[in-house]
Design a protein. Structure first.
Length: 119
């Protein structure tokens, strides 16, 4: 079993920055073996992909809406993945979730952290 715990959300003004963290743990779990991703869900909308990073960090993907503003990274020694968010806009508001991919499926999810961007 894998547990994912997000942190770092909050209220920020438009143009501001936040850094989200997602700490992974599990009894027989090797964090460095898995791709990780960030997703978000705005009120009344479906959950959407934000960013993903391969197990080594060598491959990174972003949604078009965040490309150039958000940066995903990971520290395998700390079993943690990060999402640095800059130039935040009100449309970035939502609950942000991290997820771990197993055999091509986003299998495990955190409980989410709220990000609110005021205009």
């Amino acid at each position: 079993q894998v547990q994912l715990v997000e942190s770092g959300g909050g209220l920020v003004q438009a143009g501001g920055s936040l850094r989200l963290s997602c700490a992974a743990s599990g009894r027989t779990f090797s964090f460095s073996s898995y791709a990780m991703g960030w997703f978000r869900q705005a009120p009344g909308k479906e959950r959407e992909f934000v960013a993903a990073i391969s197990w080594s960090g060598g491959r990174i993907y972003y949604a078009d809406s965040v490309e150039g503003r958000f940066t995903i990274s990971r520290d395998n020694a700390k079993s943690t993945v990060y999402l640095q968010m800059s130039s935040l806009q009100p449309e970035d508001t939502g609950v942000y979730y991290c997820s771990l991919k197993v055999r091509g499926i986003w299998e495990y999810w955190g409980q989410g952290t709220q990000v609110t961007v005021s205009s």
